[in-house]
Design a protein around this ligand. Sequence first.
Ligand SMILES: Nc1ncnc2c1ncn2[C@@H]1O[C@H](COP(=O)(O)OP(=O)(O)O)[C@@H](O)[C@H]1O
Ligand SMILES: [Mg+2]
Length: 296
Amino acid sequence: MQKDGSMETHQQVEAMFEKRVTNTVIKFENVDYSHPNGAVALKNVSLEIKAGELIGILGTNGAGKSTLVRHVNGLLKPTHGVVKVFGESTRDTSAAKLSKRVGIVFQNPNNQLFAQSVKSEIEFGLRNFGYSEEIVRRRTDWALNTFSLLEYSSRPPMELSGGEKKRLCNALVLAWDPDIVILDEPTVGQDSEQKEKLAQSVKLLLSERKTVILVSHDIEFVWPLQPRVILMSEGKIVADGTAQKILGNSSETLAANILLPQLVDLFRRLGKTDSFPVDEFEASDRIKELAKEGFS
Ligand SMILES: Nc1ncnc2c1ncn2[C@@H]1O[C@H](COP(=O)(O)OP(=O)(O)O)[C@@H](O)[C@H]1O
Ligand SMILES: [Mg+2]
C-alpha cells in the first residue's frame, strides 16, 4: 500500500522485493548493445552490483567500458537484454529521472559543460534537482574548495584546460550527492595531489554506503582503492573478482592488455604472490619483514 492509499504496481512490488532481499542496485541481464551505425559495443553482458560496492572497470580503448556505464543512468538502452537500476528496468524510466540518484562524469568533459561560469555550472545542476538555496550554496562551496576550483569560479568552463574541466565535472557530480557515482576516466589530466583528493573523495563516498564505479586506465590510481575489478575486452566481461585476484594475475591482465600495478610486479619478482601490498606503507613493512628473514 502506498501513502496515497493506492496499491503498488507489480513492477514496484518486484523492485522493492529485489532491493530488500539482495541489496542489488544495478543488474545487467544478457545485455547486447549496438551503436546506431551498427558497431557492436556490448556482447551478452551480465552483471550484478550491490549497494556500497566499489567497482573498477578496466580494459583497453574500445573495450566497451563507457558504453557499459552509460547504460546505468539510462542514457543508452540495451539492444537486447535488460538493465535494472534500483530494481527498475531503464526502459521504464528516463535518464532525467535517474540522474539525481545516478551521477555520471563523462569521459569527455565537453559533453557535460555548458554554463557561463564554473560556479554557475555547479549551482545549475543543484537547482535543477530542486535543492534549497541554502544547500545549493553549501554544496557549491564544498565542491569549489574540495576540487581546488575557487580561483576559477567566475571563469567560463570552456576556457579551462582539459584537466581543469575534468575536475569541474568530478566536482559538480559529487555535489549532487547521488547514490551511485560513476567516474569515467576521472584522473585524466590530474596531478598527484588532485588524484589523492579524488581517492579521498571516493573513500568518503564509500563510508556513506554509496556505490562507486570507476572506469580507468590509471592502474596506479585504482590499485590502492582495492575495488572489485571487472575486466572488459571487445564488448565482453572477461574477468570479475577482487583486485588482488584479477590484478595479481598476470595472465588475466595480459589478456586484457592491462599493465600490472607496480607493487604487484615487485612482489611477483620477489616470488611473494599470496597477497600483494596495497600501498607503499604496507610494501615497506613487508619488505622489512622479508629482509629480516633474509628473503627466503
Ligand atoms: N557514438 C558511437 N557511435 C558508434 N560507435 C561507437 C560510439 N561510441 C563508441 N563506439 C564504439 O563502441 C565500442 C566501445 O566503445 P567505448 O564504450 O567508448 O569503449 P571504451 O570506453 O572501453 O574505450 C568501440 O568499438 C567504439 O568505437
Ligand atoms: Mg571510454
